[in-house]
Design a protein around this ligand. Structure first.
Ligand code: ATP
Length: 581
């Protein structure tokens, strides 16, 4: 059982807190059982005329004090038990997040973020509930049941107690049937919730596009269908859960009927006293809680099991990139790529093949090529986002896998084609890789990234909140903010994926000057615009995953191949634009 595995490890780790809570629960259980016994004794003493008013008041006052004590103890175990179970939620969310950071992009191609969010929220909540409410209802319920039965059998009337128990096996059978169905339906409900979550996320992300293409009506219809499917699945769970109460009440009603009928006869035949019959009936009433607790507990455990299976599946997900490296940062940021072939998982043909190049520290490599030729793939392999099985990449003379993933990630400052900005302030976004950077350093990085004029136009400067994914900025602004982030980070290697494509020629010039000033930093620049890489120490021209030309700008022009033709075309286009402006 997946749930048992999660809970066992957690209980062992927090056994002190659990023992403490269960200890208090035991005291509460015993005191709870003492009360009906005491009431019965008082009634018998009253009937026998053994109690005067003073003695009666004293006993009643004592009963009240025990009630108050129970109240305080109940508060104590609640704080201890639930306080501990909340920690399970935190621990599982930490494991979930850590796992997410280890998974490669291939995983995210096949898993939807709405589903992952549902697992991180609803599923973990259900497991956490099992560690808190589940433990409470099972321990408290079982304890009350055992104590009440013990007193009824040993202390009052064993035959009557056994008779009162006759309906309960039927109740257990009913519970078993209901519980199995609850688990199935709850698993289904979680699945539907994942789908709904996923759809909601997509709809929010693509709202503008949907509006523009008059697809809102269709989207609403689709959303409604999924929402209904989730509600129906939830309703099926509720319908099943609603069966617990009637089963308990039926069993208790039958037990009470048997007790009153046979109990009255035993009182009349003087086998038991009136006080004992009263106590017995009160104990029978105390059985209501364990019975409901049993149903409640089964319900929580079945929900928890369904959620734990889904979480387990995620945590067991195969990690294509294993963090077995032992090296910290490279001594020098040299790069050597020996790629025989690389094929994306599940793809039919290689995205890169026969690519061999060495780049000394502090040098710049420019990569050009048609769309889909493998430029971004090369950067992804440098970042070790995918495992390279047919070839090796060396950083500072060592294979990438020899570095810890943290060290490797800290070695590269990557500006992807579509950079991710967080819903934080502009300053916080720039300082992501160096949270201790001063405002002056952040401004300097933004200045280097040609963002000075844009910054002046923002109402609150560095403190401006830029919205989810930087929605308040233009595509070009987002790229320059991401570039500023990379420039500010201490990483010795810059990877720029078409970062200069959305800027005008003047800005491109300034950015290239900035990059040229990055003393000692190794740069890999991917670009469709050749002017952005013409100054690179070395150039690769890719086509369909292969290197078709390589050398520096002058050599490639002299070669009179694809690069030279494209250069002349882009230059004449540029001249035309300059003469018309
Ligand atoms: N995750 C992936 N799974 C399978 N195939 C992929 C994946 N990412 C890219 N590809 C394929 O690999 C090839 C190279 O893609 P890549 O993104 O490296 O091209 P690119 O040269 O950067 O293109 P662009 O200039 O349009 O960004 C393409 O055929 C693409 O369809």
């Amino acid at each position: 059982m997946a749930l048992a595995r999660f809970l066992r490890a957690f209980f062992l780790q927090h056994r002190q807190a659990y023992f403490g809570a269960i200890g208090v629960l035991l005291i509460v259980g015993v005191l709870n059982m003492a009360l009906p016994w005491w009431v019965g004794r008082i009634i018998d003493a009253l009937r026998a005329g053994e109690l005067d008013t003073h003695a009666l008041l004293l006993r009643v006052a004592l009963l009240g004090m025990v009630g108050l004590l129970l109240y305080g103890l109940r508060y104590l175990w609640r704080v201890r038990l639930f306080g501990t179970s909340y920690r399970l939620g935190i621990e599982l969310r930490d494991r979930f997040y850590a796992k997410l950071t280890r998974l490669d992009p291939g995983f995210f191609q096949h898993h939807r973020s709405g589903d992952l969010l549902a697992r991180a929220s609803q599923d973990i909540d259900a497991i956490e509930t099992a560690a808190g409410e589940g433990v409470l209802s099972s321990v408290d319920g079982a304890l009350t049941l055992l104590l009440a039965l013990g007193v009824m059998v040993v202390g009052i009337d064993a035959p009557l107690a056994l008779l009162a128990l006759v309906p309960f096996p039927f109740m257990a059978w009913g519970f078993y049937r209901v519980a199995r169905r609850v688990q199935t339906h709850f698993g289904e409900s979680l699945e539907r919730f994942s789908q709904l979550n996923d759809r909601t996320q997509e709809a929010i992300g693509g709202l503008r596009m949907l509006r523009q293409n008059s697809l809102v009506e269709a989207e609403i219809h689709d959303f409604e269908t999924r929402a209904r499917a989730h509600t129906e699945a939830n309703f099926r769970v509720q319908r099943m859960e609603a069966c617990y109460d009637p089963v308990v009440l039926l069993a208790l009603a039958a037990a009470t009927l048997l007790t009153l009928t046979v109990g009255s006869w035993r009182y009349l035949t003087e086998v038991i006293t009136l006080g004992q019959l009263t106590s017995f009936t009160l104990y029978l009433v105390t059985l209501i809680w364990p019975m409901f607790a049993l149903g409640w507990c089964l319900n929580i455990l079945q929900r928890g099991e369904a959620a734990a299976r889904r979480l387990d599946e995620f945590l067991d997900e195969h990690e294509a990139i294993v963090d077995h490296g032992h090296r910290s940062h490279p001594a020098t940021p040299t790069l050597r790529l020996d790629i025989a072939s690389f094929t994306y998982p599940g793809a039919g043909s290689p995205a890169l093949r026969d690519l061999h190049i060495e780049l000394p520290a502090g040098h710049t490599l420019g990569i050009v090529g048609a769309t889909g030729s493998g430029k971004s793939t090369l950067l992804r392999l440098l970042l070790r986002q995918y495992p390279l099985t047919d070839g090796t990449i060396y950083l500072g003379g060592n294979e990438l896998s020899e570095y810890t993933l943290t060290a490797l990630r800290e070695s590269f400052a990557w500006v992807p084609q579509d950079p991710w900005l967080f819903a934080a302030t502009l300053g916080e976004n720039v300082a992501l890789g160096r949270p201790d950077a001063t405002p002056a350093e952040i401004r300097h990085a933004l200045d280097q990234a040609a963002f000075t004029t844009d910054l002046a136009a923002l109402p609150q400067g560095l403190e401006t909140r830029i919205g989810e994914r930087g929605i308040t900025l233009s595509g070009g602004q987002r790229q320059r903010v991401a570039l500023a982030r990379a420039l500010l980070s201490p990483a010795p290697i810059l990877l720029l994926d078409d970062t200069l494509s959305a800027v005008d020629q003047g800005t491109e010039r300034r950015l290239l000057d900035t990059l040229a000033e990055q003393q000692g930093r190794t740069c890999v620049i991917v670009s469709h615009r050749l002017s952005a890489v013409a100054g690179a120490d070395y150039l690769l021209v890719l086509s369909d995953g292969r290197v078709v030309e390589q050398g520096n700008h002058a050599a490639l022009l002299a070669h009179e191949g694809h690069y030279a033709r494209l250069w002349r075309y882009q230059q004449s286009h540029r001249n035309q634009q300059e003469s018309t402006s």
